[in-house]
Design a protein. Structure first.
Length: 268
């Protein structure tokens, strides 16, 4: 696999989000120079050269880990580069994104294991019968192993097109007439929504995600979203949460995500 890359101007698509880390005033309060571009947008940018190189098969039998190291800001001209980790191993790739100053902002490692890991048994945890009123998140309210109520998720053609426009992604497989795969940006964005369905989070940061892609979810396909908090911990004054989020489509479990966020930023 040859090196693939492109440049793209970062867009803050979350300016009006409930998460005020995407606003200038709150982001500056925590020491950033301005509003943070969402991690899911950066992830969406990172997936383009992977999908361009591998095609629709990337959505089946792939494990991908994305880590966010430094923030991107509105208008940053991001440099996205795909490089195989070792010559001849086209199934094991890394995509990195750097800002105009050359700083590494995020990286996405993707590989296709010979044998996929079994579905996580957390998928069978019984969900809560009903959703309580959303409380503001706090350490004591995060209960690892207690599944949230399940809900349905579907991406229609209009939502898909809006995502493609935002990502400026013109890959043909997303525009095909029959069963185009949902853009990865929308899948990881829904993981943020799964967390926000559980709690009010005034200011928080997406730290990284591990995706186990089993089958492509397609536009118009109704799926069930399963959400389980699995871990919480403290590091350098930050409070972290990790969620297990699964998407059950018409052909079974399509995607499992281990989604990590800082839900209380140090100094707050």
């Amino acid at each position: 696999m040859e090196s693939l890359g492109y440049r793209i101007s970062a867009v803050n698509d979350a300016l009006t989000s409930e998460n005020r880390i995407h606003s200038d005033d709150i982001a500056r309060k925590y020491g950033f120079s301005g509003a943070l571009v969402s991690g899911v947008s950066v992830f969406g940018y990172l997936t383009r050269p992977l999908v361009a190189a591998i095609g629709q098969s990337w959505f089946r039998g792939t494990v991908a880990d994305v880590r966010f190291l430094k923030p991107a800001y509105e208008g940053d001209l991001l440099d996205i580069r795909l490089q195989p980790l070792q010559a001849g191993q086209s199934d094991h790739c890394q995509v990195v994104v750097r800002n105009p100053g050359g700083s590494l902002l995020a990286q996405l490692d993707s590989h296709r294991p010979e044998i996929m890991e079994p579905t996580d048994p957390m998928i069978d945890l019984p969900p809560a019968n009903c959703a309580p009123a959303r409380p503001e998140i706090s350490w004591d309210l995060v209960e690892p192993g207690v599944a949230a109520p399940r809900y349905e998720f579907v991406v229609d053609a209009d939502l898909q097109q809006k995502a493609l426009d935002l990502m400026r992604d013109d890959l043909e497989l997303y525009a095909q007439d029959e069963n185009p795969p949902v853009h990865p940006y929308l899948l990881l964005k829904e993981c943020n929504q799964a967390l926000m369905r559980m709690f009010i989070l005034p200011a928080w940061i997406h730290a990284g995600s591990r995706l186990v892609l089993r089958e492509p979810l397609t536009v118009g396909e109704i799926c069930e979203v399963i959400t389980v908090p699995i871990e919480k911990w403290l590091r350098k004054g930050h409070q972290f949460i990790r969620l297990y989020i699964a998407f059950r489509g018409s052909h079974g479990i399509a995607l499992e995500v281990y989604h990590t966020a800082i839900f209380k930023i140090a100094g707050n």
